[in-house]
Design a protein. Structure first.
Length: 189
């Protein structure tokens, strides 16, 4: 399938999903109205890899990624502490999409996170993988820049994105991406 056709299909899937009403009592901001997908570990890793490939230039020697093995909560913010299963964590590390792990503090601070690593880079944190209609999956990726004890002049950078991922043959491809805006710390809803 050509890239323009993939994007058209993704836009149609997103439009169809937007028309699906939330389940009664669903207060989730991540995976709103969706169920967690029951997928094998290798598919979950491939979906995470597709999200990383959309957010970063893979193969860039200056890119150093660390995994925060805590899953993003379904609710607003980052306070969730549920962790990846050991099998998933091991598979993500063995896939080499990340070079290690780091669990920076979750609470909002004006300071950049610090991790023990050979160079400064980014900590990545994933959500569960959510099933959308048909063969589309949804996954959230939070990225936070970190410094090391020897790095200097590193500015703070954080963002979160949501990806729609579809399987083409044996590979998973991110076909749509959206930016997630969170309320500032201390804001009420």
């Amino acid at each position: 399938m050509s890239r323009p056709r993939q994007l058209l299909v993704a836009a149609l899937v997103l439009a169809a999903a937007a028309g699906c009403g939330p389940k009664t009592g669903d207060t989730y901001v991540r995976g709103h109205g969706l169920r967690v997908a029951d997928l094998p570990v290798h598919d979950r890793v491939a979906i995470y890899q597709a999200a990383i490939g959309s957010a970063f230039t893979i193969g860039d020697p200056s890119l150093y990624l660390l995994l925060d093995p805590r899953l993003l909560p379904r609710t607003e913010g980052y306070a969730g502490t549920a962790g990846m299963s050991q099998a998933l964590r091991t598979a993500v590390l063995e896939s080499h999409i990340v070079q290690g792990t780091c669990q920076p503090p979750i609470e909002e601070t004006p300071h950049i996170a610090h991790c023990q690593a050979p160079m400064a880079g980014y900590v990545v944190r994933f959500s569960e993988v959510f099933r959308m209609p048909r063969d589309t999956m949804e996954v959230y990726l939070a990225v936070r820049r970190y410094s090391t004890p020897s790095s200097v002049g590193i500015g703070r950078l954080e963002f979160e994105r949501v990806y729609k991922v579809v399987k083409h043959g044996a590979a998973w491809d991110a076909v749509a991406e959206g930016r997630i805006e969170h309320a500032p710390a201390g804001a009420t809803h």
